[in-house]
Design a protein around this ligand. Structure first.
Ligand code: NAD
Length: 293
């Protein structure tokens, strides 16, 4: 059976390092990193994600501020919140929880986030720099960065490997493909127009799935010995769960675990790593702002 890639304990290790760094910063210059989170509307899943992020900040000593706006607020209110946080010197990271309500122009709002506070890495300039050779973005999106970190910490060689990324969203699939290329993998993207996704995926040494479709990737899609990173977190009905549903990945775990050499569980794989990378980006941003090394 495949080795389990334990994102939870890897993330704990990273968080403990961040906590040390925050303490060192506080002791030597009397400052701590600050993260601002903007939440618009009342989506339960968004509320949970935001709560987890704020709790994670508290645990490592990062200051957090939360701006909550109503579902039906004007786009300008969100923009103004972003602009005032841009000007706030004790805020080093600004995170706009997505998705925004339909009447808002997501791109316009993400564009307004100051480039050097874009800890999610979603600003088009940061994304562009991620895509262009010879350039370095100020921030790399957290989930893709977390996937790479999981591979590196598991001792998986990326250079020269064939990688397949399933999904091509701006927040996960696309930046993950770009990052894997930066790490010198040969990358193929699988998306809804791909012919023979199963066959293409079976050619890969590294599979990252971020399609958002429960049990899309069956055991037969995996090459024996491949490494599988499952980003998907899909709600499926579960009468045994108090909420009536539980979260499952894109990968049919019971099948894939018998074929792969290593695999992430859902939950406990990519999720905790995403939050650790957010904290890490926020710390880096504060260090940059205070020129603290
Ligand atoms: P999304 O819906 O924006 O994008 C999904 C992508 O997959 C799209 O490019 C879509 O075209 C593609 N796709 C859909 N069905 C497909 C199929 N059958 N075959 C191939 N490609 C297909 O979602 P997202 O924001 O990129 O997130 C993807 C998944 O990852 C979701 O389950 C989400 O909940 C999860 N997620 C997890 C974390 C985490 O920290 N663990 C973070 C972000 C997203």
């Amino acid at each position: 059976n495949a080795a389990l890639i334990d994102g939870k304990s890897m993330a704990e290790e990273i968080r403990s390092g961040i906590s040390d760094e925050v303490r060192r910063m506080n002791t030597s210059i009397g400052k701590v990193p600050g993260l601002a989170v903007i939440l618009v509307g009342e989506r339960k899943d968004s509320q949970t994600y935001v709560r987890n992020k704020i709790k994670a900040c508290e645990d490592v000593g990062i200051m957090s501020v939360m701006t909550e706006l109503a579902d039906n607020c004007a786009e300008d209110e969100v923009l103004n919140a972003v602009l005032s946080l841009n000007d706030n010197p004790s805020v080093h990271g600004i995170l706009v929880q997505l998705p925004l309500p339909h009447h808002m122009d997501e791109e316009k709002i993400l564009n307004a986030v100051s480039l050097d506070k874009d800890v999610d890495g979603f600003h088009p300039v940061n994304m562009g720099n991620l895509a262009m050779r010879g350039r370095m973005p100020l921030f790399i999106p957290c989930t893709p960065k977390g996937c790479i970190e999981l591979l590196i910490r598991s001792g998986v060689e990326i250079t020269r490997k064939k990688a397949v990324v399933i999904g091509r969203s701006n927040i996960v699939g696309l930046p993950t493909s770009l990052l894997l290329q930066r790490h010198h993998a040969t990358v193929t993207t699988v998306h809804p127009f791909t012919k023979n996704p199963e066959e293409i995926t079976r050619d890969a040494d590294i599979v990252v799935s971020a399609a958002g479709v429960a049990n899309l990737v069956r055991g037969s899609w995996i090459k024996p010995g491949a490494v599988v990173i499952d980003v998907g977190t899909n709600p499926v009905e579960d009468p045994n769960n108090e909420h009536g549903y539980s979260l499952t990945g894109d990968v049919c775990f019971e099948e894939a675990v018998t074929v792969a050499s290593a695999i992430t569980p859902v939950p406990g794989g990519v999720g905790p790593m995403t939050i650790a990378m957010l904290l890490s980006n926020t710390l880096d941003s504060a260090k940059r702002a205070y020129r603290f090394t």
